[in-house]
Design a protein around this ligand. Sequence first.
Ligand code: XLS
Ligand code: NI
Ligand code: NI
Length: 436
Amino acid sequence: MEYFPEVPVIPYEGPKSKNKLAYKHYNPEEVIEGQTMKDLFRFAVAYWHTFRGTGGDPFGPGTMVRPWDDGTDSVSNAQKRVEVAFEFMSKLGVPYYCFHDRDVAPEGATLAESNENLDAVAKVLKEQQEKTGIKLLWGTANLFSHPRYMHGAATSPNADVFAYAASQVKKVMEVTMELGGENYVFWGGREGYQNLYNTDMQRELSHLARFMHMAVDHAKAIGFKGQFLFEPKPKEPTKHQYDFDAAACLNFIRAHDLWDYIKLNIETNHATLAGHTMMHELEYASIQGKLGSIDANTGDMLLGWDTDQFPTDIYLTTQCMLVILDQKGLAPGGVNFDAKVRRESFEPIDLFYAHIGGMDAFARGAKIAAAIRKDRVLADFVSQRYDSYNSGIGQQIENGTATFETLEQYVLQKVEITPNKSGRQELIENIINDYL
Ligand code: XLS
Ligand code: NI
Ligand code: NI
C-alpha cells in the first residue's frame, strides 16, 4: 500500500530548479569540509510532530487530515502508522528518526500493557528500519502527558511517580537499544515548578540527579552504548524548568558527577525562550565539548511560546553551521526537526514541503558557513583581536604566571596602555551579508 502516491522520491535538482518537490541545496553526496551532507547533518524526522501532531491548540481541536489514521489509539493503527512514516521518510531521503514511547505506541492500562504495546510496535519499527535502511537517532520517554506526571516525573513529590518514570525510561532505553538507537534524550517535561512555596527545590534537583545516575547505571547493565543527551528548555509547561539553558544543564551535570556521561541536545526555540540566540547556546555547549545534537526549529519573534516552526531563515542556519562545522559535525547526534507544520497547513503534502524547506535551509547555511570559514573572514579577525595575549603580559595572564602584583608593576611602569582597536561589528556584518 502506498500512502503518498503523488509524491516521488525527492530528488536533488540544484538551485535553479522550480520543482516544489525537489531539493535545491540538500545534496546528500555533496562534500562540505570533508564530509558528505548526509553525514554532516544526519537529519531526523520527529515522530511526535510529524505523525502524531493533530494541529489542536487551546482554542480548538485538531485540523490535520491524515487519511491513514483510523482515529483510534489501537496498536494496529499504530503499526499501520509506522508504515506511513517509513514511506514518508524514504521518499524524503532522511537517514534518521526520533520518537517518544507514547508517540509510536498507545499507553495501556498498566505498565505491563504499555510495555507490550511498545514491543508490538517496535517489532514493526525494526522491520521497517531493516527494509529501508532508516535508523533511529534517539529514543526518549514521554514523562509529561499522562496525568500521573502532573507534578513532574523524577522531580515529582510522589515517590511512586518517580518509580513509574524510572520503569518507563528503563523500557525505552531497552527498546532504543534493540532498535540500534544512537542516542537517548532526557528532556525535562514537567521537571520544574510552578510555585516555590510548595516546592523543595534542593530535594527535587537531587532526585533528578539520582534518576540520571540510575539511567547511566542501567545503560552499563544492559550494554547500551548510545550517547545520553540532556535538552535544555527554560519554561513551558512549567513556569521554571530545571534544565533552563545550556549553562544550567552543564552546571547540573557537573555538580552531580554526570559530566562524563551526558552531552546536550540544543533546540532553537528553547534557546530563544531562555533569552539566548541559538548560536550562543551552540557555542557555549561546543566550547566545553558538550554539543551532542540539535533539535532544529524556530520560534516566532512575536509569540512567547514554543511554536516549533520549521527553520527557513538562512541567517539562523548559517549561524548554526558556523558552530557545527567548527566542531566537525554532531555524530553520533544529528539535526532532528523538532518542528510541526502550522495548524492551517493541514494536508499531508505540507509535511513534505516543511521538511524539504528545513533541509534546504540547513544545506544552504552549511555552504555559506563553509565559504566564510574558507576565507577565514571571522577566524582571522577574531585571532587578531586577541593577539595581545599571544606574547608578553597577555601570555603571562593566560599561562597563569601573572599575579595582581606583577600586573600592577607592569601598568605602573608602562604609564599609558596600548590603545584599543575597533570591534568593526558593522563591517563584519556587511561582510557576512556578502556571503548570503
Ligand atoms: C519539547 C521538547 C521535546 C523533546 C523530546 O519542547 O522539545 O519535544 O525534544 O522530549
Ligand atoms: Ni526538542
Ligand atoms: Ni521544544
